[in-house]
Design a protein around this ligand. Structure first.
Ligand code: ATP
Length: 429
């Protein structure tokens, strides 16, 4: 864990927010490499959940919302964690996340637990009175329920169909911890899949399998991933069944994603509170009904951390130690690095020519500093799957060396063939 965190800082994946002012607890900024990785995680999700499916459409709803939404959803009364104070050192903890002893001083004496609401409250407009209260959304899901009728009318979809959204959510977590695993500001990737009530069980199982496979397809080994069904007393206020996709983090198994059968709870609650009909009516016959909802809810920033942890390796190449991120090429911040062997003008000229051919297809880095061995190590460390080296022979024969991150194997290719060969390698994955 410490090594991955240190790599993230050292190589520009993740910085402590407001670091020059001493940092702001539990907030992070994603640097030049982190922003690529995070974007790739979100794109891979969007591609699997929206782009490749005709039964799912996208949405991008507002982060700020009025109290009515959270009143109806149950978050104003139920979105709480049990807060306890240590009677010895007065630190505050989330009761269900400590094992009976204060993680700071070891004392086992605490106050009675109080329900602490995690919603971030703010005021919209210049007056700070009750009428201006607004909330930062703690999940993206409500945006989909509130827009259910809009989407139904404008897309003419019929159940089973889904509405998907990727975006920021905010929770005033009592104890944010474990780097970007639990933060107060984070990104979610959620989909609400609306189904006829009688089909809810079948679709719940379907989405468990789909979502598990998404992580393994992107390189997380099955030994590090499991599905865990919630016990009855663990279920959220809206859920009739939930299972988590869990990853084996350095501190043990913990949640990556929750897949819940939310029944008709949300549509009924918003319908009752708003007075709008939120149901599906099949024009060709049948009674109108309120669809049930299966929700796969994942964290983008949390998933990014799991991908980093499972990709991190320290191995040896030719008797030399190296650090390598064996990230799936679709997730890697850069897919290709173009490396001219030296700074000679002719080499840089040809390298730029190679770069021009690759940038339309791949995220590319370009590096001319230090020895070629050091540059290979630097690219291994940030997970670049392929390096393309341009040397003096290249000027004569217009062939370049393509080096593979995982096997370190090198092949010589005609520079006209490089883009095609790398696309083939990507396509095979
Ligand atoms: P937990 O029990 O860990 O507090 P949760 O079960 O309340 O999480 P959900 O409401 O199911 O979480 O949110 C869906 C997903 O959003 C989680 O699986 C996680 O990946 C992500 N997520 C939730 N809270 C946070 C957070 N504070 N920081 C980062 N990601 C989060």
């Amino acid at each position: 864990m410490e090594r991955v965190v240190s790599l993230c800082k050292r190589r520009g994946f993740i910085f402590q927010s407001a670091e020059i002012y001493g940092g702001f607890r539990s907030t992070y900024d994603y640097g030049p490499l982190g922003v690529n990785l995070l974007r790739n995680v979100k794109n891979a999700w969007w591609e699997a959940m929206v782009q490749r499916r005709v039964d799912v459409v996208g949405l991008d709803a507002a982060v700020l919302s009025p109290p009515a939404v959270w009143e109806a959803s149950g978050h104003l009364s139920n979105f709480t964690d049990p807060l306890v104070d240590c009677l010895s050192c007065h630190q505050r903890w989330r009761e269900d996340k400590i094992d009976g002893a204060c993680p700071n001083c070891g004392s086992t004496e605490f106050t009675e637990a109080r329900a602490f609401n995690l919603l971030f409250e703010t005021h919209a407009g210049p007056l700070e009175d009750e009428g201006t209260v607004a909330y930062l959304r703690p999940e993206t899901a409500q945006g989909m329920f509130v827009n259910f009728a809009n989407v139904l009318q404008t897309t003419r979809k019929r159940p089973p169909f889904g509405i998907a959204q990727v975006g920021k959510s905010f929770r005033n977590e009592i104890t944010p911890q474990n780097f970007v695993f639990r933060t107060r500001e984070f990104e979610q990737m959620e989909m609400e899949y609306f189904v006829p009530p009688g089909e809810a069980d079948r679709w719940f199982k379907y989405w468990l399998d789909e979502r598990y496979r998404w992580y393994t397809d992107l390189g997380i080994p099955t030994e590090q991933l499991r599905l865990r069904h919630h016990d009855r007393d663990e279920l959220s206020h809206y859920s009739v069944a939930t299972a988590d996709v869990e990853f084996n983090f350095p501190w043990g198994w913990d949640e990556l994603e929750g897949i819940a059968n939310r029944s008709d709870f949300d549509l009924k609650a918003h319908s009752a509170a708003s007075g709008e009909k939120l149901e599906y009516f099949d024009q060709t016959g049948g009674e109108p009904y309120v669809p049930w909802v299966i929700e796969p809810a994942a964290g983008a920033t949390r998933a990014m951390m799991a991908f980093l942890l499972s990709a991190y390796r320290e191995d040896e190449v030719g008797g030399e130690a190296r650090t390598v991120l064996k990230l799936h090429p679709r997730l890697a911040p850069y897919q290709v690095a173009v490396l001219p062997l030296s700074r000679k003008e002719a080499l840089e000229g040809l390298s730029n020519d190679v770069l021009d051919r690759l940038v339309p297809h791949f995220a590319c880095d370009y590096d001319v500093t230090q020895s070629i061995g050091k540059r290979y190590r630097r690219q291994d460390e940030v997970g670049t799957p392929w390096c393309v080296t341009v040397d003096f022979d290249s000027l004569e024969d217009r062939r370049v060396t393509v080096r593979d991150r995982d096997s370190t194997e090198q092949v010589r290719l005609d520079l006209d063939a490089v883009a095609g060969e790398l696309s083939r390698r990507m396509g095979r994955l």
